[in-house]
Design a protein around this ligand. Structure first.
Ligand code: ATP
Ligand code: MG
Ligand code: MG
Ligand code: MG
Length: 482
C-alpha cells in the first residue's frame, strides 16, 4: 500500500469530516490576521483562537463550529516557536510545514480525542501499535497544575501497553501558543523508527530514532499577560500532526527529506548545483555539510514560496525580516556549500509549486466548495421563492439580497448575475441604503463596491461582516432590525 502525501492529507480530512462530523475549514494564510502576538501562523489553532478563548462574535460563522478539521500552513521561524536553528541539522524540523488538525470547541474532550487519534493511526493508516508511544502531562507545582492521570488511563483503556505511556513536564506536555493565549496540558504520540525495546527512553531527547508526530492539546487555560493562568469558559481539544512527519512514517522512511514532499526538490537542487548527490538519511552521517546544505535549501525555498504567495515579502521588520534572513541563509548554502550558480534558487520555484502548491490548491478549492455548496442551494431556494411571489414589475427586495450576502456568504456580483439570468432587477438603491445604514450603525467604512471588491479578490469575510444582525428564516423570509 503506497501513501502519497496527497492521499495522506486527504485521508486525514476525510476521517474527521466523514466519520466524525467535523467541519472542513481551509488553511488560513501564513500571515496572521489581526493577531499582533504572532509573526507567522505557527499552529492550526491560530485561526480558532477567538473560539477557544470564548470571545468569538456569537453571530459569526465560526461561533457555530463545534468540530473542525484542517491542514494548516505553518511557519516556525520566529517568536515562541522558532525552529530555524534546527532546520537542516535534523531531518524533521522545517521552517514551513503543514499541520493536520482536528478540533472540538466545547464538544468532545479527552476520551474521544484520544480514541479518534488512535483509530486513525492504527486502523486507517495501519501503523503498528508497538511502534507508537504516548506521553502525558506529569503536572507542575509552580503553576499549580495536577498530573493528567485521566489521560494515562484513557490510553491504557485503548490498549496501549503501560511501558508505552510516559509522563513529561511543562516543556513537552503543556502546550502554549505564545507568550499569551490559549494553552493546556497535552498528550503526544511518538513514532519509533527503529523498533527498539529502549525507544521509550529516547522520547523528547532529539534523537531521530523516536520522533513526535501528533500533539493533542486539552485547551483549558489562557496564559495572561501577567503570567497567570485563567481557566477558559469551556474545555476544547486542539490537535496538530506534522504532515511531513506522518508521510515519512507511512512511506517507510527515516527522514522527511526522503518522502515525495522533498525528493523531487532535492533532485532539482542537484541538477542546478555542482554538489555531489544528496545522501543524508537520518541527519547523523553528514560530511562537509553538503547534506545539510541540501536540506536547508529545500526547506527554505518552500518557506519562501509559501510566504511570498501569502503576501509576506523579504523586508526589514517583523515577519518580513525573518523571511529576509531565511532567503539569505538559502543563498549562502546554495552558493558556498552546494556551488550553485546565481539564479539557482529561483529556478527551484516551479518544482515547489509542482509538489506543494498544487496539492494545497486542490485542497483549498475542495474545502471552499463544500463550505459554499449548502449555502448556494439554500440561497437558490430563497431566490426562487422570492421571485415567485413578485409581480412582473417588482424589483428584487434589497433586504433579501442583503441577507443572502451576509448570512449565506453570497458575493454581491453573484446575486446580480443570478437575478440577471432570471430577467429580474435588483433594488440597488435600497441595497445601497441598507449598506449605508449599516456603515453608520457599525462605523464601518464599507460600501457596496468595497464589499464586492473584497469578495472578487477572494478576501474572506472578516469578522466585521458577521456583526450585521439580519437573519434569514427557514421559510425564506428575513428578519431585519429597525
Ligand atoms: P518538536 O518537539 O518536534 O519540536 P513541537 O512539540 O514543538 O515538536 P507542537 O507544537 O506540539 O510541536 O506541534 C504539533 C506537531 O507539529 C508536532 O507533533 C509535529 O508533528 C509538527 N511539527 C512541529 N514543529 C514542526 C516543524 N518545525 N517541522 C515539521 N513539523 C513540525
Ligand atoms: Mg518544537
Ligand atoms: Mg515536542
Ligand atoms: Mg509537541
Amino acid at each position: 500500500e503506497h501513501f502519497t502525501s496527497k492521499t495522506v492529507r486527504r485521508m486525514f480530512i476525510d476521517f474527521f469530516k466523514e466519520k466524525h462530523q467535523h467541519r472542513a475549514v481551509p488553511s488560513s494564510p501564513v500571515r496572521p490576521r489581526g493577531d499582533p502576538s504572532l509573526l507567522f501562523v505557527n499552529a492550526g489553532m491560530n485561526q480558532f483562537k477567538p473560539i477557544l478563548l470564548g470571545c468569538a462574535d456569537p453571530r459569526s460563522e465560526m461561533a457555530s463550529y463545534r468540530r473542525a478539521v484542517n491542514s494548516q500552513k505553518c511557519v516556525r521561524a520566529g517568536g515562541k516557536h522558532n525552529d530555524l536553528e534546527d532546520v537542516g541539522r535534523d531531518v524533521y524540523h522545517h521552517t514551513f510545514f503543514e499541520m493536520l488538525g482536528n478540533w472540538s470547541f466545547g464538544d468532545y474532550f479527552k476520551v474521544e480525542a484520544c480514541a479518534m487519534a488512535w483509530h486513525l493511526l492504527t486502523e486507517v493508516y495501519r501503523i503498528p501499535a508497538e511502534r507508537l508511544y504516548v506521553s502525558y502531562f506529569s503536572g507542575d507545582a509552580a503553576n499549580g497544575l495536577p498530573a493528567d492521570e485521566e489521560t494515562r488511563q484513557i490510553w491504557l483503556s485503548l490498549g496501549v501497553s503501560p511501558d508505552h505511556v510516559l509522563p513529561f513536564g511543562m516543556m513537552d506536555n503543556f502546550w502554549e501558543m505564545g507568550e499569551t493565549g490559549p494553552c493546556g496540558p497535552c498528550t503526544e504520540i511518538h513514532y519509533d523508527h527503529v523498533g527498539s525495546r529502549h525507544a521509550g527512553a529516547l522520547i523528547n531527547t532529539g534523537s531521530p530514532a523516536v520522533v513526535e508526530i501528533w500533539n493533542l492539546v486539552f485547551m483549558q487555560y489562557s496564559r495572561e499577560a501577567d503570567g497567570g493562568l485563567r481557566p477558559l469558559p469551556m474545555c476544547s481539544v486542539d490537535t496538530g500532526m506534522g504532515l511531513e512527519r506522518l508521510v515519512t512514517v507511512l512511506q517507510g522512511k527515516r527522514s522527511n527529506y526522503d518522502t515525495d514532499l522533498f525528493t523531487p526538490l532535492l533532485s532539482a537542487i542537484h541538477q542546478c548545483s555542482k554538489a555531489p548527490t544528496y545522501r543524508g538519511r537520518t541527519g547523523e552521517e553528514d560530511d562537509g555539510r553538503v547534506d545539510m546544505g541540501y536540506r536547508v535549501v529545500a526547506d527554505h525555498i518552500r518557506t519562501l514560496c509559501v510566504c511570498i504567495a501569502d503576501g509576506v515579502h523579504p523586508g526589514m521588520t517583523g515577519a518580513e525580516l525573518v523571511l529576509r534572513r531565511i532567503l539569505r541563509r538559502a543563498v549562502r548554502f546554495s552558493t558556498e556549500v552546494l556551488q550553485a550558480p546565481e539564479g539557482a534558487l529561483a529556478s527551484l520555484v516551479p518544482t515547489v509549486a509542482h509538489i506543494l502548491v498544487r496539492g494545497l490548491i486542490v485542497e483549498i478549492i475542495n474545502i471552499n466548495e463544500t463550505q459554499f455548496l449548502a449555502s448556494l442551494r439554500q440561497g437558490r431556494r430563497v431566490i426562487d421563492r422570492t421571485l415567485s411571489k413578485m409581480d412582473r414589475d417588482d424589483e428584487f427586495p434589497a433586504p433579501v439580497a442583503w441577507a443572502l450576502h451576509h448570512n449565506l456568504g453570497f458575493p454581491l456580483d453573484l446575486i446580480y448575475l443570478m437575478l440577471e439570468e432570471r430577467s429580474a432587477t435588483l433594488d440597488r438603491l435600497g441595497l445601497e441604503r441598507l449598506a449605508a445604514r449599516q456603515e453608520k450603525v457599525q462605523g464601518l467604512h464599507l460600501d457596496l463596491q468595497c464589499l464586492a471588491e473584497l469578495q472578487s479578490r477572494g478576501v474572506p469575510h472578516t469578522d466585521d461582516s458577521f456583526k450585521y444582525s439580519y437573519s434569514l428564516q427557514q421559510d425564506g423570509t428575513y428578519m431585519f432590525p429597525g
